[in-house]
Design a binder for this molecule. Structure first.
Ligand SMILES: *[C@@H]1O[C@H](CO)[C@@H](O)[C@H](O)[C@H]1NC(C)=O
Ligand SMILES: *[C@@H]1O[C@H](CO)[C@@H](O)[C@H](O)[C@H]1NC(C)=O
Ligand SMILES: *[C@@H]1O[C@H](CO)[C@@H](O)[C@H](O)[C@H]1NC(C)=O
Ligand SMILES: *[C@@H]1O[C@H](CO)[C@@H](O)[C@H](O)[C@H]1NC(C)=O
Ligand SMILES: *[C@@H]1O[C@H](CO)[C@@H](O)[C@H](O)[C@H]1NC(C)=O
Ligand SMILES: *[C@@H]1O[C@H](CO)[C@@H](O)[C@H](O)[C@H]1NC(C)=O
Length: 818
């Protein structure tokens, strides 16, 4: 039996950044795709939060501009403390994925709309946006975030489609010259007059490996583009601001930001505001725990790791997962996969083992089939392995309730086997409440010491410093009123023990291992799996606290051994927005990250430790997508060499669109001395065939509105909404406008139609209706009644407008130009 706690995991693109996160870009001096998505997400979240607060009759008044303050205002006060960490993790994923387009698809013309690869680019977009929506609907938010890579481009699809349908001047003539050379070789605008006058849409060629390009064609430009040295020289890129293109660059950036906003708006319409801002319900979890106490043991304990694997794949990252078992695992072969998933998701796994670990019916059995695997998995994830009798299980599950808060932080975690006499200092700061010490082991003996010199021995259950609860091999010490400063726990046991100290605080940090990449748009990319051995480890940390990262100062970041004494300090480099790049040259064999810092608002020193144990590896696994797949279950590798394999996945025919597949790949050196992994999340999505949003036709407007008496007069609108040959209408909602909307669904042959009636006071003269079809295409129509002495006039969104917007949006695609 198993449960997951994922309290207040804020979902999806849920929420906010405090302004541009430029940290991913090393070369760029300003707007990159990352910063564009960042501020778009913040703007959208702000809007959604405001709408949700209004619908719940709450005020929406953020106390400041930090992510954390916006989040607080958004969630309301009812849910208590909220942590920015989950949110920042989600956002970082979106940013990183966005940046990955620049790395992983560096030389893919369609991904950048280079080389005039318009229709290929459009196909990518169409399939991408369909996948995002399918994932959102199927509740696979992790995949949805990853899909936003294409989704960022996704919004363009609508507009490009419209553009292609209504304005046909896309240049698909790969012979027609588009640019001219100039004497300086850095031409401010080298597009040929024929292209400008004919309003043709073209794009620059990118030559990463060769300078060859078709005769007379424009180049992308920049150091990485070898083709820009060829006549016509220079480039038409607007990715980075240079003196010769700053106007075009700024226009492109604004358009890109708006395009991203529109995509988010579409997603919002498809899933609804509440879902968009979801938090999870802690009460539901607590009630599950009480049921669990009634049941006691497990259902299929022998398949324990298989069940755990499902939980790890399904839970949001950084979840706490609890496994109840009374038997050794039969599926220990999954241990490596489990550890890979733990490292990839940074989730914590704890075990409640309700029978003696020494039980051995068959003396010849493989010793690995004992309980050892549970101890190993718990240690690797920062969880606990608790041995407890069935009758006292309910006392042990208090630790589950301890983790049912989004602001749980780990202050210290370590393990000693064999145990030895050792003092462990730990720092409690002003922001920490509910500090709890967990010690596991047999024959435990220790003394707690407070900063002011008070002490309490482990034999005193109700002491001056705290209350000790003992159950099985676990001792849980709730500190009584938390004195700030440096505490100690002095261990005197010589048997194996683990120590974990947690508290509740909004001050925390998240991190990823990163590697620098070069190319036209250089930056840092997150490393999947273990960072490479024989190189310094680079980590990108993001701090978060109640008042934002600006008031938090990093003093020291080190990689520390959990089971040993090695501590390797890193050098830190401050990036924007509380992000810190840490470089560690001497990396311990296995480690967690320990951060020490100062909260400037309270002048209080703090320490935080991560829970997932990581290591470096000499093995590297690189995943390439978009390959034709063949079968390969196992690859053999020569020392120092590399090998390529292909994996084929065939989803069953009746797979629901939006279903997630998690693929774990492991590489292991002989004897298991080294290993690495890659985790890939894929979505099964039906190929998008319905690309047309529902269409609405306004056929009657009634009412007269005059400015003098707007509160006493009403106007009415009658509309018909159809989805043509598409998948059918799923919902129609009022996105903007404070009137009443009623609708009726009609079947007409095999076409469904919605007829609607909108009625509003003249004080609310405009309305926007959003209609979503069954595959998530969003159509909108806006109406505004003219306020005058004369008769009512209605203005509608017209294709011309869409065409112009599309044309403008096309600037976004790196090198589009008019
Ligand atoms: C982006 O959207 C805003 C608000 O809708 C609008 O005022 C602005 O002009 C748009 N920018 C561009 C470049 O279209
Ligand atoms: C934290 O401590 C407060 C008061 O000290 C208490 O009311 C609250 O229940 C504790 N929360 C948890 C999750 O233990
Ligand atoms: C801590 O415990 C001691 C002894 O039980 C008690 O006298 C004291 O009031 C407690 N302090 C706090 C802050 O609760
Ligand atoms: C709208 O739908 C109604 C009901 O089917 C139909 O009678 C009417 O002709 C439609 N109007 C337009 C403009 O399509
Ligand atoms: C329903 O749609 C199908 C496919 O477009 C078409 O062949 C069929 O004739 C339609 N049926 C009716 C009753 O309109
Ligand atoms: C909208 O509906 C409410 C409740 O039925 C009604 O009180 C209100 O007058 C309606 N508003 C308009 C503009 O018709």
């Amino acid at each position: 039996m198993m449960m997951k706690s994922s309290v207040s995991a804020v979902a999806l693109m849920a929420l906010v950044v405090s302004s541009a996160q430029a940290f991913l870009s090393v070369g760029g001096n300003g707007n990159t795709h990352v910063t564009i998505s960042g501020s778009a997400i913040m703007t959208k979240t702000y809007e959604v939060c405001k709408a949700v607060a209004k619908s719940e009759g709450r005020e929406f008044e953020p106390t400041g501009s930090s992510v954390e303050e916006l989040l607080r205002a958004c969630m309301g006060t009812a849910i208590g403390e909220v942590s920015g960490a989950k949110l920042l993790t989600a956002l970082n994923q979106i940013y990183m994925q966005n940046g990955l387009v620049d790395r992983n698809f560096m030389s893919s013309a369609p991904h950048h709309f280079n080389n005039e690869a318009f229709s290929e680019g459009r196909n990518l977009i169409i399939q991408g946006i369909a996948a995002v929506k399918a994932n959102v609907r199927a509740d696979n938010l992790q995949s949805a975030r990853e899909m936003l890579t294409e989704g960022r481009l996704g919004r363009l699809c609508h507009t490009l489609q419209v553009f292609m349908a209504t304005c046909s001047n896309i240049l698909n003539d790969h012979k027609m010259p588009t640019c001219s050379d100039c004497a300086s070789g850095q031409c401010p605008n080298s597009l040929l007059p024929a292209i400008l006058n004919g309003k043709f849409l073209t794009s620059g060629y990118m030559g990463l490996f060769s300078s060859v390009k078709p005769q007379g064609k424009c180049s992308h430009g920049g150091d990485a583009d070898l083709s820009s040295t060829q006549n016509p020289r220079g480039g038409i890129s607007k990715d980075e601001s240079h003196s010769y293109n700053s106007d075009l660059h700024n226009t492109a950036v604004n358009l890109a930001a708006n395009a991203t906003l529109e995509l988010l708006e579409d997603v919002r319409v498809v899933i609804g505001d509440k879902e968009y801002l979801r938090t999870r319900d802690p009460d539901a979890m607590k009630s599950k725990i009480s049921n669990l106490k009634a049941n006691g043991g497990g259902d299929l304990p022998e398949m324990c790791l298989s069940a755990l694997q499902l939980a790890l794949v399904g839970a949001p990252s950084s979840s706490h997962i609890y496994v109840f078992t009374d038997a050794p695992a039969k599926d220990v072969g999954l241990q490596k996969t489990i550890i890979s998933l733990i490292r990839s998701t940074k989730s914590t796994v704890s075990f409640f083992m309700t029978s003696a670990r020494t039980r051995k019916r068959d003396i010849t059995a493989d010793p690995r089939t004992d309980f050892q695997v549970y101890y190993d998995v718990a240690l690797a994830s920062g969880g606990q392995a608790i041995e407890v009798s069935k009758s006292s299980l309910s006392q042990a599950t208090d630790i589950i309730v301890d983790t049912s808060t989004s602001v749980l932080v780990t202050i210290l975690q370590c393990s000693r086997s064999p145990g030895h006499v050792e003092g462990f200092p730990f720092l409690l700061d002003e922001s920490v409440s509910n500090a709890t010490v967990y010690v596991t082991g047999n024959g435990l003996a220790y003394t707690l010491r407070s900063p002011s010199g008070l002490s309490q021995s482990s034999t005193v259950l109700n002491g001056i410093l705290g209350t000790i609860h003992k159950v099985g091999n676990l001792e849980r010490i709730q500190l009584n009123g938390t004195e700030k400063g440096l505490w100690h726990i002095d261990m005197t046991s010589t048997k194996p023990y683990t120590i974990k100290i947690t508290g509740q605080s909004t001050i925390t940090f998240i991190y990823d291992f990163v590697e620098e990449f070069k190319g036209p748009h250089p930056g840092y990319a997150v490393i999947d799996g273990h960072p490479p051995a024989d190189f310094p480890a680079k980590l990108l940390l993001t701090l978060t606290g109640e008042k934002g990262p600006e008031v938090l100062e990093v003093q020291e970041v080190s990689l520390v051994e959990v089971s040993g004494l090695t501590v390797s300090k890193g050098t830190t480099e401050k990036m924007s927005n509380g992000n810190v790049l840490v470089t560690v040259t001497e990396v311990p064999e296995e480690f967690v990250v320990l951060l020490k810092g100062k909260d400037m608002t309270s002048d209080s020193l703090f320490q935080r430790q991560t829970t997932t144990q990581m290591s470096q590896s000499k093995l590297a696994i690189k995943l390439k997508r978009a390959l034709l797949f063949f079968h390969h279950h196992r690859l053999n590798l020569e020392s120092g060499g590399s090998a390529q394999g292909k994996v084929s996945l065939t989803p069953p025919v009746d797979t629901v669109s939006g279903t997630d597949v998690t693929l774990t790949l492991e590489a292991e050196a002989p004897g298991g001395t080294d290993s690495n992994f890659a985790v890939l999340r894929l979505s099964v999505v039906s190929k998008a065939t319905d690309l047309t949003p529902p269409e609405c036709k306004m056929f009657d407007v009634q009412g007269h509105c005059s400015s003098s008496s707007c509160s006493s007069s009403i106007w009415e609108l009658y509309i018909n909404i159809t989805d043509g040959p598409g998948s059918g209408i799923e919902s129609v909602t009022v996105q903007q406008g404070s009137g009443n909307f009623t609708q009726n669904e009609l079947e007409d042959g095999n076409v469904t139609m919605v007829t609607g009636h909108y009625e509003a006071l003249c004080c609310s003269p405009s309305v926007t209706l959003a209609s979503v079809d069954k595959v998530g295409n969003v159509g909108r129509c806006s109406f505004k009644i003219e306020i005058s002495a004369g008769s009512a006039l209605v203005s509608m969104t017209v294709p011309l407008w869409a065409c112009l917007l599309a044309f403008a949006l096309s600037l976004l695609c790196d090198t589009f130009s008019l």
